[in-house]
Design a protein around this ligand. Structure first.
Ligand code: SF4
Ligand code: SF4
Ligand code: FES
Length: 318
C-alpha cells in the first residue's frame, strides 16, 4: 500500500519554526509507526531525529503525537491509523520543548518526578525479603506499571495552559508511594503537604484525558483522587480546592442540597480582599434566584441523606 505520511520536522539549527513534510512510501501490512519511522530514517532521510529503544511498549521512549493523539509509536499500527483517520500525521509530544524533529526535552518532566520525592523512606530498615512481600501485596492500583512515557502529560488539559502543573505522571508516582506500606507516615505527610500547593493535586480538572491516552492503563486521574482523599483524611485542607470539596460535602450533609450562596463564602473564608472580589458574583446570583431562602422548610429526606454521609465517613488520620 503506497501511503502519504506527514511528519512534523524541526531542526533548530536551520528552521525558525516547525513545519510539515510529506513523504510517500510503500508500507507493508502489520507495520508499526515506529518501524515506518526507522525506515524513513534509513531509506529517505538519515537526519530524521526520533527516540526509541525497546520496540515493545516497555521503555516509554517512543511516545509521540500520532493523528492528534498521544501514542507509543512502537505499538501503533499504520494501517489502523489510516483506516480510522484516512491519513497519518506524526508530530512530537505536545507541550514539551522540541529538541529536533520528534525528540522532545524530557528535562521538565523528570524534574516534576523528582519533586515528589520518588523513593521510599521507611521509618525503620526493611529486610529485603519482607520488602518484596510488602510491595507485592501493597495494591498499587497498577500505578507501578507506569513506563514514564509522558503521553499523559502531553494530553493533560491543565498542563497545556499551566506548564508548572505537577502533571499526571508525577502525581501517579506520588500515589505509588502512598500505597506502599513500608513508607513512613512522616514522609507521606510531607509529600502530601507539598502537593497541596499551587500546581499540585487540586489543580487537576478531572478531564480524564490522561486515563484515555495511557498505554499502560495507569489511570493517573484516579491516583490523583486517591491523593486528594489521603490529604483530606489527614486534614490537609489549606487550599481552595480542598475547601471546595469539604464545603460541598458539608452543605449537602447539613441542608440536603448545595447552597450556592454559602458555598463561595466557605471556599474563600474570611479573606476580605477575595470576598470583595466575589461580591459582584453574589449580587448576580441573588437577582438570578440562585440564593436559597434561609427561612425555607427543611428538605424532605434530609435524614436519609445525612445517614448516607454518616455511613460513608472515614475516621481522620492523626
Ligand atoms: S484528569 Fe487531571 S491530570 Fe488527568 S489529564 Fe485531566 S487535568 Fe490532567
Ligand atoms: S501514567 Fe501512563 S501515560 Fe503517563 S507516563 Fe506513565 S505510562 Fe505514560
Ligand atoms: S520503543 Fe520502547 S516503548 Fe516504544
Amino acid at each position: 500500500m503506497r501511503l502519504t505520511i506527514t511528519l512534523q520536522r524541526f531542526n533548530p539549527e536551520q528552521d525558525a519554526a516547525p513545519h510539515d513534510e510529506e513523504i510517500r512510501l510503500d508500507v507493508r501490512r502489520g507495520t508499526t509507526v515506529l518501524e515506518l519511522l526507522i525506515r524513513i530514517k534509513q531509506e529517505v532521510d538519515g537526519r530524521l531525529a526520533l527516540r526509541y529503544s525497546c520496540r515493545s511498549a516497555i521503555c516509554g521512549s517512543c511516545a509521540m503525537e500520532i493523528n492528534g493523539g498521544e501514542k507509543l509509536a512502537c505499538r501503533t499500527s499504520v494501517r489502523k491509523e489510516y483506516a480510522r483517520h484516512g491519513r497519518l500525521r506524526i508530530a512530537p509530544l505536545r507541550g514539551f520543548p522540541v529538541i529536533k524533529d520528534l525528540v522532545v526535552d524530557m528535562g521538565p518532566f523528570w524534574s516534576k518526578i523528582r519533586n515528589i520525592t520518588p523513593w521510599l523512606s521507611p521509618a525503620a530498615p526493611v529486610p529485603h525479603r519482607s520488602a518484596e512481600a510488602a510491595a507485592t501485596g501493597a495494591g498499587f492500583h497498577n500505578v507501578d506499571a507506569c513506563i514514564m512515557c509522558g503521553a499523559c502529560v502531553a494530553a493533560c488539559t491543565v498542563h497545556e495552559v499551566s506548564p508548572r502543573f505537577a502533571g499526571p505522571a508525577a502525581l501517579a508516582k506520588a500515589d505509588r508511594f502512598l500505597a506502599d506500606p513500608r513508607e513512613s507516615e512522616r514522609v507521606t505527610r510531607a509529600r502530601l503537604e507539598v502537593l497541596q500547593e499551587e500546581h499540585g493535586i487540586w489543580d487537576c480538572t478531572r478531564c480524564n484525558f490522561c486515563v484515555e491516552v495511557c498505554p499502560k492503563d495507569v489511570k493517573p486521574m484516579e491516583a490523583i483522587i486517591r491523593l486528594r482523599r489521603a490529604s483530606l483524611d489527614r486534614r490537609l485542607v489549606p487550599t481552595a480546592g480542598a475547601r471546595h470539596i469539604t464545603a460541598f460535602a458539608d452543605l449537602v450533609e447539613g441542608q440536603g442540597r448545595l447552597n450556592e450562596a454559602v458555598m463561595p463564602l466557605k471556599v474563600v473564608g474570611l479573606d476580605g480582599a477575595r470576598l470583595w472580589r466575589i461580591l459582584p458574583l453574589g449580587i448576580r446570583m441573588f437577582f438570578k434566584g440562585k440564593v436559597p431562602n434561609p427561612l425555607a422548610h427543611r428538605l424532605p429526606g434530609l435524614a436519609q441523606v445525612q445517614a448516607i454521609f454518616r455511613r460513608g465517613r472515614r475516621p481522620p488520620l492523626a
